[in-house]
Design a protein around this ligand. Structure first.
Ligand SMILES: Cc1ncc(COP(=O)(O)OP(=O)(O)O)c(N)n1
Ligand SMILES: Cc1ncsc1CCOP(=O)(O)O
Length: 521
């Protein structure tokens, strides 16, 4: 018989003492499952055995009706009496093997892990899944072990086999759920990432559990889809990203960009339904960075005034926006002069200290320069055409390595084939039209589109696919503007039609025309 394989995506662990006044546990559990909870653990520390069993039976009637497993915290006897799907045990409780003997092969048996020593023993004990934590300190479990933090969580995950499901627990809420899920995959191989999050107070104390669970789930699911791309209906997922970025209101895009393309940046930003603001006034950066729920920064060094003159402007903007905002950096002309090369590398390094909120977008020459490759560039145009499968592979490997070196930045190398990587996954994108190179500023304004659409992924949990969606949408719009009859008379009329095209609500039919390939490097 196959071992049980519970869905740990959003795991509700109960504590009735946290319920809002006037609410009952069974109804709270029902609403939470309606909001997206996939598994429930009854953890009621203060009940007598009889009351625990009675409550267990009431809650089990609901979880059974809604098709979600119910586990009992600590008590194998209560689990047997309730007739539910299993138990969660810790190191002071009955050991896993004995619990398995009593409950049988189909029971779900969860085991807690707080450190390397416990993990080594847990791997011998044969649980169905691991509860790893606490990630953060929490009053919900006053006797908890030392919090792991994100680094400790990542370290433990590296030693958990890919076929042993695991969830994180401890101090997790809507503010940090995406970060925890994302941290679980950014430094490790996708195989050893989390299957979900176990949460007590953020759900139990919520006056609107269904709504809270829905929003928690939307922070967790993108990471799981990322881990199991075969489960993704990519078309509907990308379409959702192209539509959802305005969920918190139109994103505000703070631009520090070159003098040639400012107007185009503003028009394109408006066309896609975001709000542009151009400001090089350092005294207002802190305020701008906090002006709403979704603010991004576009940094473009096209007409920079030299390393000394521009460094403070860019670095202060990065510091101000290092409050959870996305930063899209365009190292325009990075390979053209010594001064640009040094400056672009300084900004890249600053981005690598930000966690994963920077996206670096440049043409082949610019990205190769940042990757430390020898490139000769004239002016700010690309170094050459990246055609041919071999060349694509070579470039994809460089882009992926640069993303790894930048510790979390996503890299976009534009060209006839665009290459996008976060250092774990790499995509080739083949939409676009040669006419894009005939209007100045068109390459630059892609940054504005990325900066806006990234807000579909809210908590950075799917920055890579949001970037893929943005670049594909941009290039396909360019392609359609060039090829729809009657064709534009030339680059100027194409550019106008392109902006019109960007202003249209994306459709499923449009997304089906994206030419995206994942490449292993
Ligand atoms: C999913 C999950 N993970 C960890 C725990 C902690 O269990 P334990 O170590 O037994 O501590 P108590 O819950 O008994 O305080 C859990 N309950 N669930
Ligand atoms: C049961 C448990 N085990 C480790 S932390 C914890 C409590 C988590 O509660 P909360 O989600 O309220 O921080």
């Amino acid at each position: 018989m196959a071992p049980p394989n519970p869905d740990l995506t959003l795991y509700l662990v109960t504590d009735s003492s946290l319920l809002p006044p006037g609410t009952t546990l069974p109804e709270h559990v029902r609403a939470s499952i309606n909001g997206g909870v996939t598994i429930v653990q009854l953890r009621e520390k203060k009940l007598s055995t009889a009351a625990f069993i009675s409550l267990g039976k009431q809650v089990h009637a609901i979880t059974k009706e809604l098709g979600v497993p119910l586990l009992i915290n600590d008590r194998v006897d209560v689990s047997l009496a309730v007739g539910c799907e299993g138990v969660h045990v810790g190191w002071d409780d009955m050991d896993c093997q004995t619990a398995r003997k009593i409950l049988g092969p189909d029971a779900i048996i969860g085991l807690s892990v707080s450190n390397k020593e416990q993990l080594a023993k847990a791997l011998e004990a044969g649980p169905t899944y691991l509860g790893v934590g606490p990630v953060y300190a929490t009053p919900t479990k006053p006797d908890h072990n030392t919090p792991l933090g994100l680094d400790g969580l990542q370290q433990l995950l590296q030693h958990i086999p890919a076929n042993l499901p695991c969830c994180a627990i401890g101090g997790i809420n809507a503010q940090n759920a995406g970060t925890v899920m994302n941290a679980s995959r950014s430094k490790t191989s996708p195989a050893s990432s989390l299957n979900g999050l176990a949460i007590v107070s953020a759900i139990m104390a919520s006056p609107e559990p269904a709504k809270t669970c829905k929003s928690l789930k939307s922070l967790i699911v993108p990471s799981i889809l990322y881990k199991n791309p075969q489960k993704v209906n990519l078309t509907s997922y990308l379409l959702q990203m192209l539509r959802n970025f305005r969920e918190n209101g139109p994103p505000l895009i703070h631009h520090i960009t070159n003098n040639v393309s400012k107007t185009l940046h503003a028009n394109v930003t408006l066309a896609i339904g975001a709000s542009p603001i151009m400001s090089e006034n350092e005294s207002e950066f802190q305020d701008l960075a906090r002006l709403g729920n979704s603010v991004s920064l576009v940094l473009n060094m096209g007409t920079f005034l030299g390393e000394e003159a521009t460094k403070d402007l860019f670095i202060n903007a990065i510091k101000a926006h290092n409050c959870g905002n996305y930063i899209v950096f365009d190292p325009v002309g990075a390979g053209a002069t010594e001064s640009r090369r040094n400056f672009a590398r300084t900004i890249k390094e600053a981005g690598a200290t930000l966690g994963n909120s920077m996206i670096i977008k440049g043409n082949e020459g610019e990205i190769l320069t940042l990757a430390g490759e020898n490139v000769s560039m004239r002016g700010v145009d690309g170094a050459g055409a990246n055609s041919g499968r071999e060349r694509e592979r070579e470039l994809a490997a460089i882009v992926s390595k640069l993303a790894k070196d930048c510790r979390g930045s996503t890299i976009v190398m534009t060209g006839p084939t665009d290459i996008i990587s976060d250092g774990v996954k790499t995509f080739l994108l083949r939409n676009g039209d040669p006419i894009q190179t005939m209007v100045t500023g068109i390459g630059c304004v892609l940054s504005s589109v990325i900066a806006a659409i990234l807000w579909s992924s809210k908590s950075f949990s799917d920055k890579l696919l949001a970037t893929v969606a943005a670049v594909s949408f941009f290039n396909l719009s360019a392609e359609l503007a060039a090829n729809t009859e009657p064709r534009p008379a030339g680059p100027a009329s194409w550019a106008i039609r392109f902006v019109d095209m960007l202003s249209k609500e994306p459709t499923e039919d449009l997304v089906r025309q994206f030419r995206i390939e994942e490449i292993k490097v």
